[in-house]
Write a protein that binds this ligand. Structure first.
Ligand code: IMP
Length: 447
């Protein structure tokens, strides 16, 4: 009864999509359990590149059931675009199932996300502006609209009406504040009613998505139970990552859901005993998009090299990612929070030619206190300086390596150091973007 969670160990973009795609070979079902189209994953298949924001990475396996779980917030316009794009490329999406209980991102969520960030100005979180936060906020306020509501026009209209009023009010207030900030005489379009907030048009639009998506809408928790009870492997695919977790990440510079492994149960509707393995995915160095603390960030040539060589630009927003040395203090924290049994290290090839390779092993606060563990206190984390262990670099093109022995000795030593430091075996190493560019260590599949 193997339930396997795949979780990001850093601030996202670790390459979870590729790992899910590989582990999916031996799975019957792949379930996305949180987040929305703030995520983005790219899968390379020969000359073809696929970019998804909502659809689970397993969709390229026609024999697998792909599930968008109840914990996801779903923008139907984006989902329909992805389904349509896949169909045009001849990919069958007949096995896609969407939880009837997943919450819908509405046009006002997107407007509120953008208006909220604009208001925060310099203090903004750097969200993806996809409406994720306001949608989860409505879910918690019991003002959310769910996938199943798209199947009943009367209910949908009533719920939109109830949710819309406070949003219009909030948006009005935000636009008044903006106007106050504007210079005298500047033209404003804020007074005109925003056509995106028209109750009738919104209801019509979402009813029409309901019709389009109806064949895919299901009681997805039950589908998971059936697969697990039949002894099939189910992969639970997280979006974003541990340090962006709403409760355990670098709050408030986090996303609005829980990407950690424990949340797979809530976001898919299974019990903790259904989870047998947790695979953490960690990049060989560190990246982050958006604002927030980043103790190992580099502002030098090495950082630039990581951006360029690692193509460190967001899949969703195109923003350049901040880059830095691998942070083992944060990784050890992520390992424990998720109780990982296995690690996958991605983008090791990017580090070739960099010497020495530095890894953060502790932090020092501005007062000189030493932190061996990830500090819970935001002020300490914001001003923490990382202290490093220097490891010898490796040279040459490692993208052709397919076994541990084919990796340079110093690359193996780097991996060994990481694994020993956090106490988890590395089971898979990615050495290039292609599906085949991996090195398995030990068993190929989850035990
Ligand atoms: P939100 O999830 O759009 O609300 O953004 C909140 C924070 O999470 C911002 O710093 C985003 O850059 C970050 N974030 C959200 N999704 C991803 C992701 O898939 N990869 C990396 N960062 C993300």
């Amino acid at each position: 009864m193997p339930g396997v969670v795949i979780v990001g160990a850093q601030w996202g973009d670790e390459g979870k999509g590729k790992v899910t795609d590989l582990l999916a070979d031996d799975a019957a079902m792949i379930v996305r359990f949180q987040g929305g189209n703030n995520a983005g994953h790219t899968i390379v298949r020969g000359d073809d590149e696929f970019r998804f924001h909502l659809i689970p990475s397993g969709i390229l396996h026609p024999d697998k059931t792909c599930v968008i779980g109840n914990g996801v917030v779903l923008d139907p316009r984006v989902l329909w675009g992805e389904i349509d794009g896949l169909r045009r490329r001849g990919i069958d999406v007949g096995n896609l199932r969407i939880s009837a209980n997943a919450h819908l991102i509405m046009p006002y969520h997107v407007l509120l996300d953008t208006a909220g960030e604009t208001k925060l100005g310099k203090l903004s979180i750097g969200t993806t502006r996809r409406g994720i936060g306001p949608c989860y906020a409505d879910k918690a306020s019991r003002l959310g609209i769910r996938v199943q509501d798209m199947l009943d026009e009367k209910i949908l209209r009533k719920k939109i009406m109830a949710a819309l009023e406070p949003k219009q009010q909030a948006l009005r207030e935000l636009s008044v504040q903006r106007r106050k900030l504007r210079k005298e005489g500047e033209q404003s379009s804020d007074e005109a009613p925003d056509p995106r907030l028209d109750l009738h048009a919104m209801t019509e639009e979402y009813i029409s998505y309901g019709h389009q998506l109806e064949p895919h809408i299901a009681d997805t928790a039950r589908l998971c139970w059936a697969a697990l009870d039949a002894g099939q492997t189910v992969l639970f695919e997280g979006a974003q990552a541990t340090l962006l977790d709403l409760d355990h990440g670098t709050y408030p510079f986090v996303t609005s859901s829980n990407p950690i492994a424990g949340a797979a149960c809530v976001g898919a509707g299974v019990g903790p005993a259904d989870i047998d393995e947790v695979w953490g995915v960690v990049k060989a160095y560190q990246t982050r998009v958006g604002a927030g603390p980043f103790p190992t960030e580099l502002h030098d040539e090495t950082g630039r090299l990581m951006v360029e060589r690692g193509h460190e630009y967001g899949t969703t927003t195109g923003r350049e990612r901040r880059c830095g040395w691998l942070d083992l203090v944060a990784l050890r924290y992520a390992v424990r929070l998720n109780r990982m049994n296995a690690l996958t290290v991605t983008k090791l090839d990017v580090l070739s030619g960099i010497d020495p390779l530095r890894v953060a092993v502790r932090y020092r606060s501005s007062e000189g206190a030493v932190f061996e563990e990830f500090p819970y206190h935001q002020s300490i984390l914001h001003s923490a300086e990382a202290e490093y262990e220097d490891l010898p670099g490796f040279e040459g093109d490692i993208t052709e390596a397919r076994s541990e022995e084919e990796l340079p000795a110093n690359a193996r030593a780097y991996l060994r150091y990481v694994s020993d430091f956090v106490g988890v075996p590395i089971r898979l190493v990615s050495v290039g973007p292609e599906r085949e560019q991996v090195v398995w260590i030990g068993d190929r599949v989850p035990a």
